[in-house]
Design a protein around this ligand. Sequence first.
Ligand code: ZN
Length: 244
Amino acid sequence: MTVRIQVLGSGNAFSDGGQANAAIHVTAPGVSLLLDCGGSALPAIKKHVDPGGIDAVAVSHLHGDHFGGISFLVLEQHFAGRTRPLVVGGPPSLERRLRAAEQALYPDFFGRTKLGFPYSTAVLGPSATELGGAMVSALPVRHVALSEPHGLRVSVAGKLIAYSGDARWSAELAAVAKDSDLFICDASSFEREDPAHISYRELMRHRDEMGAKRIFLTHLGAETLAHVAELELEHAADGTKIEL
Ligand SMILES: [Zn+2]
């Protein structure tokens, strides 16, 4: 059975290279799951897929370029006449942060209008949770602590997709990637050291420790984009499709 992955948003928080914030669509028969839904994800989603077909969102961490688009997706889906449920899973503070974002953005709508579809949240952790037809677990990684950073491991149709979210190198990141068929990894920087993100060079140094069958770069920042011709790993642009 083929698992299809489309990187709808491959950019970092600054949308370097004009690329949209994080949004990665995973599909297989009976599965439609979005990994992250950043602030500019909704236009990136609508360019490539029907948002009404997305059953669930798994959020890696609580930074705006990874979860800031969820309130827009919910608003859009309400007015599009959605009736099927939408579930959003993520770190422990996800629900509180979503409610705060809703009240900051559209206090006239959220909490005052009954949504036309069931909308719920779930906390993801080390034991796998069913989300959008896939089994998803979340393991802590090293990034900015307040964002409750996690890497995701998604089991779909016998394949394991690992996703770093945003993360610096650590043994915890290797545990996220371990034995995956595809590891989608943060490539914010090329060689510049960053306390919150692994660089491409560092990833290449630790490549064997990751234990992933295939590594795919996303979240490309300006420095990585400037060195794109030197990358020995596959990398995403907005709209890139991968099949497993
Ligand atoms: Zn982040």
